[in-house]
Design a protein around this ligand. Sequence first.
Ligand code: SF4
Length: 221
Amino acid sequence: MNSHDTCKRCGDCCRSGGPALHRQDLPLIQDGTIPLADIVTLRAGERAYDQPSQSLKPLDSEILKLKGRDATWTCIYYSPEGRACGMYDSRPIECELLFCRDTAAITAMYDKERLARADLLPAGHPLLELVAEHDAKCAPQALEEAVKAARRGDAEAGAALKEMVVFDQEMRRLVAERSAMSRDITEFLFGRPLRTLLRTMNVNVYEVGGSIRFDFGTGEK
Ligand code: SF4
């Protein structure tokens, strides 16, 4: 192997987003190396970057991913100051396999054996019921359709959108308040807040006198 064949640890891959988690990473979650508070769920139907096609596509099924830091997708475990991974010796499998000069290994396992929320919350866990209820009421696809219709001036769609945003924020508030977890796991349980998903569609949510309003911007991103 010559010097061009080894990882230079430049951090480019860590800055472009943390890894999706796979079955091989389960022990890291079970032993607490990766707490649930450091995971965000990208739900089925959400538009996410698809590496093979290098485009934004709606997800067929959900992905658990390490969160970003400082309101970016830079992996939460990456230290920009030290230009290093905070868990390098036990990093997730995608990080272990990713080598930017030869992506064959990561491509081969990219969408295989991905973890889902149900793999981490045992059957019958009370939070699973809340997750299912939230998914049913705040599905990313329904959100996108409501935005399209509301942009065309459909008042019913606007009201449905408002209901979804209120339900989403109330669910997060209640779970954060009532769960005994020391850190916030709502992005693991319910994915990114609907306000965040709406921002990616160029819709800003704001409040006037306690009532939710939308600014639909100039078009879809
Ligand atoms: S876990 Fe470590 S190696 Fe993997 S993306 Fe995050 S900082 Fe980089």
